[in-house]
Design a protein around this ligand. Structure first.
Ligand code: ADP
Ligand code: MG
Length: 430
């Protein structure tokens, strides 16, 4: 199997070669042919399997077949849930289209809209966007989606988790009814299937990994530890192991900041990445982490979603996520592209239920270890932390489910909006 045999054009093959890709990844091999045929496609494969090129390459091929437009309307829209992901997908679009006469740009919130507006006014073929800024600029009349031929929903599962269902529905109304739709997702839940039915027409369904399984090359381990000893333990693990590049997950922004400070006082270079950080700070933290000047990146789930950090050797869950699927996403940050990796979780008594749910989802028991001096507290309660104090993502998830589940039911629009706003508020903690 080669990229050439998939039928991609010469300029694309040249860009692929420049990128250093030798063969298509499994999901690329499965998704590219039906996309080239103009079909709607629903694709799922775990994080890090090359889904971006799976839709971008054939999309560029299709668009470049027909570039004799005088003024350039937006002909392809790629919707992604977070700024980082949008920036990353855009970087890929630019690389893959280097030898084509295709213009592209990216828009997302949290930064001044003016440069984005300028870019749009020059005409672009491919637009990568997050929902909020897209709808905002459309409302302002800065852009129009009425010439979109290809619509891509990337990281569809996270879109739903983040409460973007209503925004997705709004965006769909702005595009012509007749278009090609592609949906890419790391997981494949009932909600995703439902969304797929409402967006896709007779989709070809492709899948490169079994649903919701944690990759086998990732070594997983749990340290049972008293809550108050987690910081000491994580510093010990990183120092003793002399780990150079560690991604640490925290449930809250506040927790991420606090842990980051403690690391720095312990002499470990660290940076935090979460929704309260400015775009500049986030980009800088990620760049430092990638080039090795920052050893530890402390992230919340939403900020880390879709980050492309190649060959990450260590992921540590400072706290377990209470949404089990998030665990699979988190550990998907390690062992990327077939390289082996290690995923460690620090688990205190109150996280016992989360651990059990995760083990149920991945259908395996994770090896448990206890380190001397960092034992669990035998008197601590195994009750999960009460929702409300930075811990209400369980409710977020539930309200999401009811949100999407009842979208055609009795809920009034106002109720749904309230749900959505509540989702947003809870997300703002991460
Ligand atoms: P996903 O969206 O599935 O999480 P990405 O599209 O971000 O994954 O790709 C993950 C990494 O794999 C990126 O660094 C990308 O450049 C690389 N990659 C993609 N396709 C190939 C390929 N065919 N061969 C080698 N590396 C690839
Ligand atoms: Mg992706």
């Amino acid at each position: 199997m080669s990229f050439k045999s998939l039928g991609l054009s010469e300029p694309l093959l040249k860009a692929i070669q420049k990128k250093g890709y030798e063969t298509p990844s499994p999901i690329q091999a499965k998704a590219i042919p039906p996309v080239l045929e103009g079909k709607d496609v629903l694709a799922s494969a775990q994080t890090g399997t090359g889904k971006t090129a799976g839709f971008t390459l054939p999309l560029l091929h299709l668009l470049s077949d027909n570039t004799a437009q005088r003024h350039r309307p937006i002909r392809a829209l790629i919707l992604t849930p977070t700024r980082e992901l949008a920036a990353q997908v855009f970087a890929n679009v630019k690389e893959y289209s280097e030898f084509l006469n295709i213009r592209s740009t990216v828009i997302f919130g949290g930064v001044n809209q003016k440069p984005q507006v300028n870019k749009l006014s020059q005409g672009v073929d491919v637009l990568v966007a997050t929902p909020g800024r897209l709808i905002d600029l459309e409302n302002q009349g800065v852009l129009s989606l009425n010439k979109v031929d290809i619509f891509v929903l990337d990281e569809a599962d996270r879109m739903l988790d983040m409460g973007f269902l209503r925004d997705i529905e709004r965006v769909m109304k702005l595009m012509p009814a007749k278009r090609q739709n592609l949906m890419f997702s790391a997981t494949f839940s009932k909600d995703i299937k439902k969304l797929a039915y409402s967006i896709l027409n007779n989709p070809v369904q492709v899948e490169a990994t079994p649903e919701n399984t944690a990759v086998e090359v990732i070594e997983q381990k749990v340290y049972r530890v008293a809550k108050g000893k987690k910081t000491g333990l994580i510093i010990k693990l990183i120092s003793d192991g002399n780990w150079k590049q560690v991604l640490v997950f925290n449930r809250t922004k506040h927790g991420a900041n606090k842990l980051c400070k403690k690391m720095i006082s312990a002499g470990i270079t660290a940076a935090a990445i979460h929704g309260n950080k400015s775009q500049g700070a986030r980009t800088k933290a990620l760049a430092g982490f990638k080039n090795g000047s920052v050893r530890v990146l402390v992230a919340t789930d939403i900020a880390a979603r879709g980050l492309d950090i190649p060959l990450l050797p260590h992921v540590i869950n400072f706290e377990l996520p209470n949404i089990s699927e998030d665990y699979v996403h988190r550990i998907g940050r390690t062992g990327r592209a077939g390289a082996s990796g290690e995923a460690i979780s620090l688990v205190s008594a109150d996280e016992t239920t989360y651990l059990r749910d995760i083990e149920k989802l991945i259908d395996m028991k994770i090896e448990v270890e206890i380190l001397e001096g960092f034992e669990p507290d035998p008197n601590a309660s195994t009750q999960p932390i009460k929702p409300g104090q930075n811990r209400n993502q369980g409710r977020r998830r539930n309200s999401n489910n009811s949100n999407s589940g009842k979208s055609k039911g009795s809920n009034s629009d106002r109720n749904k909006n309230r749900n959505r706003n509540r989702n947003r508020n809870n997300d703002s903690k991460r």
